[in-house]
Ligand binder design. Sequence first.
Ligand code: C2E
Ligand code: CA
Ligand code: CA
Ligand code: CA
Length: 273
Amino acid sequence: AKHSSDDSTVVFNTHLETELSQQVKLEQQLINALDRRELTVAFQPVIDARSGDLCGVEALARWNSESGPIAPDVFIPVAEKAGLIGILGSQILEEAIAQGSRWPGLQIAVNVSPLQLRNRYFAGGLKATLDKFAFEPHRLTIELTEGVLISNADQARRSISEIRALGIKVALDDFGSGFASIGSLRQFRFDRVKLDKSLVANILHDAQAAEVLDATIKLVNALGVPVTVEGIETRHQAEFARVAGSHQLQGYWFSKPLSKEELTARFLDNRRI
Ligand code: C2E
Ligand code: CA
Ligand code: CA
Ligand code: CA
């Protein structure tokens, strides 16, 4: 009993060290993966709600590490903390645009971390990539999360203005999952708002959830901004979102994220699903 508190301190420290060293290991693995350009891009179809046609894709980073696949929800925060998100983001962007330039007419959406926007060369780098592949700026949408609204970093705002001036579209991602307000939607005038999948998840069994989804779609439309509903997993959810006024739909009901080969084979000979 005399030593019990000492023992627990040791156990705690060991646990902390293990977590730390795992973090460091992951970071080192990620550095190597970026060096060797091992990250790939998956493309998830985005569907026009009225016609049912494919209208675009969202590019999603994929990492098949030596020890198996690691999810973006795990490695994106590691990249952000380690100062690697700029490199990671530009590799994903380049791959998405290179591929997008072989899919004429298709809209390509790319996720961008708020941290990337704090780099004053961000918009310039974006333009260089578009020029390299002769990719029309209006076919690119940058998806931003509300982190960019909360931090009132001047450089982030400047980057957004520069991106817009290039003719690139800007979407607010994951709306309804956090704090983004009606005020911020009006102030930023996004080209599109993507509703978070948590808003869709329970609408079949929870009447209030269904009303909230319906009201949120109508609210964003009332601000003059087109809506994409994400996380559509059932026919019921797709139909509900369409009737409520969502212009675009995305989710496993239509397709999971696909490799470029799968997407080309499944969608691009005949654009209908
Ligand atoms: P997100 O931008 O909200 O992307 C949508 C996520 O939902 C993707 O997860 C997608 O695979 C998943 N999803 C699509 N349809 C469904 C559905 O019907 N049901 C469910 N339950 N999930 C669905 P993923 O690919 O694991 O990405 C997770 C997050 O990681 C993304 O969320 C995004 O925030 C981040 N991320 C992914 N790629 C990048 C990137 O290149 N750069 C940055 N900065 N973040 C990225
Ligand atoms: Ca997204
Ligand atoms: Ca999202
Ligand atoms: Ca998300």
